[in-house]
Design a binder for this molecule. Structure first.
Ligand code: ADP
Ligand code: ZN
Length: 709
């Protein structure tokens, strides 16, 4: 076995280790290509890994032999390997785990039954998972702004070099049409297109337009597919068959080797950021991937992120602006309604069927008028359930999740019998029906009429959720056809598509929804949008609270008046003077940007600095506190030890969501004006923290964090 001429290779495995492990090849085995899969033994198990190339190490210890060479040609191309390596280093995430995350489940499986099945099979079928082809109008004549945008994009596509573009176009300005034509040009050049959307359930309309225009060239990648479908799509793309890849954030890993154009639609959307395991941002990676492939990348939005707009103004992205809606349709008229008056008038949360506390007279009248004209209403509230706060007025007891640091939400329609839908939600009922749900961990318990603390009978529920809105509306507007669109109602993509189709075709008068309704869709008969509580997200302890609120309002408002009839938007708020609301109401992105960057600069927040967040979780309070403080000590010593290294350390402190599923959450935020300084600090901290983190504590590194809760 100790033959000096043995061929040795490094194999990267889906394990939390920095580099590959060395294996030997038996004399009879073919040399696996770099990027090909091999079956090897790790400890007592067999695992599939990626051959990383030959190595010349001659360690003295026993080296195991590769059990089986699975691929004769690279399974992962050199371009992708480079991309993955870069990600691993940038996000401080082990390369093998990056690859595990990037490949559809199963390709690197460590379960032996699966290994046999997948390693042995070759995909035969190559059909796109069905997508209803939404009506697509190929005959559209582009307007002036669209022509100008497309001219620039086509010019850079034919240059075949990296060109980043920020397309800032108001809602309904016809951005999708520009993407479609740019995609066409890119395909004609023989290069591939990657089109990314924030969330598949709400973007079936856009996806449908691509499918109906490009048919068999389209491949889709998103988490709603079955494992088998995902592998199949992946192999199709790798085989050069799906030249247009459409998908959510994980589509950034698509195995296309000839990328010519990447589009990130709604680039401001935070769902491009993955918030567990491998915390990457697919929008940022799209720009990187385009730069590695000499491709054009278009970041498109009506409300660009402060980060991207800042880069555009600094000249790092080419800025294209589309100021007008297609066919000169007006932007909707937006009015801000001061809800403080209402709160005073209503006095308490006493359920008054004709005058619910969440509804102002202005909005109530507008809803009546709109449905009276046979037009449609969309009401937005980012809270699910019936009541968001359940308590006992006798002793002050608040119903909280025993595992999380949060009060429970009463869901009337989520009963043990699981009768969901407006009918169930509208039925009369007192506290005993439905369930108490934890929105952090999802745990359910039956709603109860008695206080567990004092035995009182007067348990009350207050605060409004989407379910409550539907129930009140049914009383206020008898005969109106109501529907709800939120995560309780929608379990699958098809469900959402069904509701949206009903709304689009006029079978629903009033649609009540959460975040889900803000994205993408065109509803020609929708003329009134009401935001029930616009400042809900303004009070989050997060430096991006104003940005996210502005984007949310502008996007929800942007759903109105996209058809022939003009639209109106009513925004109920307790903070009518806040600049985020004022700017959204006057459709003034520029002014919002200018106000916001002044504050960011003053506070030295991104884009004027960079952040890396260390997240800790664990069950034991003492162990947690000891661990975070020892790591903070180490971090604070690193900075002065490096000449010229400038960085600040905030915390460690409990996260705003201090406990989820019985796990305590702490964080420590590193900040610097230079990413390079931050990286030095982070790398050294990770190196030195080895041995300081006990078993019960998990540490995650979040580079460029989006969610700081
Ligand atoms: P955005 O993505 O900017 O919100 P879309 O591209 O979805 O806007 O366009 C909104 C609607 O207008 C779509 O139904 C689209 O077919 C239509 N449309 C796009 N461009 C034109 C045009 N030049 N003339 C007429 N209708 C158009
Ligand atoms: Zn919980």
């Amino acid at each position: 076995m100790r033959d000096k001429n043995r061929r040795l290779i490094d194999v990267v495995l889906p394990l939390p280790i920095e580099r590959g492990l060395t294996y030997a090849l038996s004399p009879a085995a073919a040399t696996p290509p770099r990027g090909g899969r091999v079956l090897v033994q790790v400890g007592p198990r067999n695992m599939i890994g990626i051959a990383w190339g030959s190595t010349h190490l001659h360690p003295s210890c026993e080296i195991k032999e590769v059990i089986k060479v699975i691929d004769e040609t690279p399974f992962i191309s050199e371009t992708l390997l480079k991309f993955f390596t870069w990600m691993s280093s940038y996000y401080f995430y082990p390369i093998g785990k990056v690859i595990e995350e990037a490949l559809p489940p199963g390709f690197l499986s460590s379960r032996s039954k699966r290994i046999a099945k997948i390693a042995g099979s070759r995909s035969g079928c190559s059909r796109s998972p069905e997508f209803s082809a939404w009506k697509d109008d190929v005959e559209i004549e582009l307007n002036g702004e669209q022509v100008a945008a497309l001219e620039y994009i086509e010019a850079v596509i034919s240059r075949r070099s990296y060109s980043p573009v920020l397309l800032h176009g108001v809602t309904g300005s016809g951005k999708t049409e520009v993407y479609l034509r740019a995609a066409q040009r890119c395909l004609a050049q023989g290069r591939g297109v990657l089109f990314m959307v924030p969330e598949i359930a709400m973007t079936t309309q856009t996806v449908g337009r691509f499918v109906s225009r490009f048919g068999g060239d389209v491949a889709v990648l998103h988490s709603g597919l079955t494992e088998w479908e995902r592998r199949d799509q992946w192999l199709r793309i790798k085989g050069g068959k799906g030249r247009i890849v459409i998908g959510t954030r994980s589509a950034i890993f698509a195995p296309m080797d000839n990328l010519g154009l990447a589009v990130v639609d709604e680039e401001h959307d935070t769902s491009y950021k993955q918030e567990d395991r491998f915390r990457y941002n697919a929008r940022d990676l799209a720009v990187l991937r385009a730069s590695m492939s000499g491709a054009v990348v278009i970041l498109g939005s009506a409300t660009p992120s402060i980060a991207s707009y800042n880069k555009a103004l600094a000249g790092r992205y080419h800025l294209i602006t589309m100021k007008k809606r297609v066919k000169d349709r007006p932007m909707p008229e937006v009015a801000i309604i001061d809800r403080r008056k209402k709160t005073v008038k209503a006095g308490s949360d006493r359920p008054d069927k004709k005058n619910p506390g969440w509804l102002t007279d202005e909005l109530k009248e507008a809803i009546g008028e709109t449905i009276g004209r046979g037009e449609q209403v969309l009401l937005f509230l980012n809270r699910r359930g019936f009541a968001t706060f359940v308590f006992c007025p006798d002793c002050g007891y608040v119903f909280k999740c025993p595992r999380c640091d949060v009060s429970l939400t009463w869901h009337r329609a989520v009963a043990a019998s699981d009768k969901t839908g407006p009918a169930a939600a509208c039925g009369r009922g007192s506290m005993p029906d439905g369930s108490l749900v934890c929105h952090y961990c999802g745990s359910l318990s039956p709603a109860m009429p008695l206080c567990p603390n004092c035995g009182g009978h007067a348990v009350k529920a207050s605060g409004y959720g989407t379910e409550r809105l539907i129930s009140d509306l049914a009383g206020l507007f008898p005969g109106a056809r109501l529907a709800r669109l939120d995560r309780d109602m929608i379990r699958r993509r098809k469900d959402a598509e069904g509701v949206l189709m009903d709304f689009q075709e006029g079978r629903i008068d009033v649609l009540v929804g959460t975040q889900m309704v803000t994205k993408g869709h065109d509803f020609p008969r929708l003329t009134l949008v009401g935001m029930i509580w616009a400042d809900l997200s303004l009070n989050f302890p997060d430096y991006q609270a104003a940005e996210h609120t502005f984007q949310l309002i502008a996007q929800v408002a942007g759903r109105a008046g996209r058809g022939a009839r003009p639209g109106r938007v009513l925004i109920q708020t307790l903070m009518p003077d806040h600049y985020a609301l004022e700017c959204a109401a006057s459709h003034d992105y520029q002014r919002f940007y200018e106000k916001e960057v002044i504050l960011r600069k003053k506070m030295c927040y991104p884009p004027f600095s960079r952040l890396i967040n260390f997240r800790f979780s664990g069950k034991n309070k003492e162990i947690m506190e000891k661990t975070v403080s020892s790591l903070a000590d180490v971090a604070r010593k690193i900075i002065p030890a490096h000449l010229g290294l400038k960085a600040d350390i905030f915390g460690p402190s409990p996260a705003p969501r201090a406990k989820i599923k019985d796990k305590l959450r702490w964080q420590m935020l590193l900040r610097s004006e230079r990413m390079s300084d931050l990286r030095v600090l982070c790398a050294e901290l990770l190196l030195k923290s080895d041995g300081l983190v006990p078993r019960g504590v998990t540490v995650e590194v979040d580079v460029d964090p989006v969610n700081l809760l």
